[in-house]
Write a protein of this length. Structure first.
Length: 285
């Protein structure tokens, strides 16, 4: 489902789902996907557990998206904990299942991985697996980017330098980490352009529908919280229903502004919530 802005530019729409932690809940993700597919997104991405802990579920769900929902699947693949043999096996599996899009990530250190094993891992960076995925052939490779820099980067300029390396190795699309201030993204896009990075950029938007989200995924992303959003959360701290409604409205305003500015794509971090995904899409299409 591409969105057309007022200038006639087609803007891709996509969203992300994640495998359930327990096998008993696996049916729920298929119900979510069956609901989301009605929106006809351009692609649906599937996350990958730390160190590959959910790689089997990722493959199964991505295959379902690709072959049962008839929607392009974007399978996450992290470098941490992957051996060359495992990487080749996963690529062959994705190829056999008709999956043509991969999001190549470094990944976080798994809880059960020692510091020594993390330091001595085979693939140090996402760029290491980008090179091998590109050489394997047949995949459209995406990478991640951070409008306010990767939390571990010494500077935004250094971070952009690494993104350029990934693009030069074969990344043909970038999905941003969540952000809540569009002006920061526009400034970032200018920097990417000046660095010679001219691939499609998909803006990652996460609706803040509960106050405690700021203490979990948001805090890990390195994203700053603008005053308008902070005030909104404070106002609805004791009103879960009001917080959900206000958070969705904030995300809608963000997306509408991004569409007006001609962003290449909108990627919704919808936390497996089909109702929120539908509400936002209906408002902005």
């Amino acid at each position: 489902m591409a969105i057309i802005n007022k200038h006639g530019k087609q803007i891709e729409f996509s969203c992300e789902v994640f495998p359930p932690k327990k096998d008993l809940n696996i049916s729920g993700i298929y119900d979510t996907l069956n609901s989301i597919k009605e929106l006809e997104p351009d692609f649906i991405s599937v996350t990958y557990g730390a160190g590959g802990s959910n790689s089997k579920k990722t493959s199964e769900i991505a295959s379902y998206i690709q072959n049962s929902c008839n929607i392009n699947a974007l399978a996450h693949l992290t470098a941490v904990g992957v051996t060359p043999e495992k990487l080749q096996s996963l690529l062959n599996e994705y190829k056999e299942n008709g999956i043509k899009r991969i999001l190549a990530l470094r990944g976080d250190k798994p809880r059960d991985m020692t510091d020594a094993d993390f330091a001595n891992r085979h693939y140090k960076y996402a760029s290491d697996i980008v090179k091998e995925i590109f050489e394997f052939g047949g995949f459209h490779i995406y990478g991640a980017c951070y409008p306010e820099k990767h939390p571990e980067a010494s500077s935004l300029d250094e971070d952009i330098k690494h993104i350029k390396e990934k693009v030069d190795l074969g990344v043909s699309g970038l999905i941003t980490q969540m952000f809540f201030d569009n002006e920061k993204l526009y400034s970032y896009l200018d920097k990417l352009d000046k660095a010679g990075i001219h691939v499609a950029i998909h803006a990652g938007i996460m609706p803040i529908t509960a106050a405690n989200q700021l203490g979990t995924s948001v805090s890990l992303s390195g994203s700053s919280i603008p005053t308008a959003l902070s005030n909104l959360i404070s106002e609805h701290a004791d009103d879960p229903a009001g917080m959900k409604e206000a958070g969705v409205e904030y995300a809608i305003r963000q997306i509408e502004d991004l569409i007006a500015h001609g962003i290449d794509g909108i990627h919704l971090y919808s936390m497996n919530k089909a109702d929120i995904t539908k509400q936002i899409v209906e408002a902005v299409k």
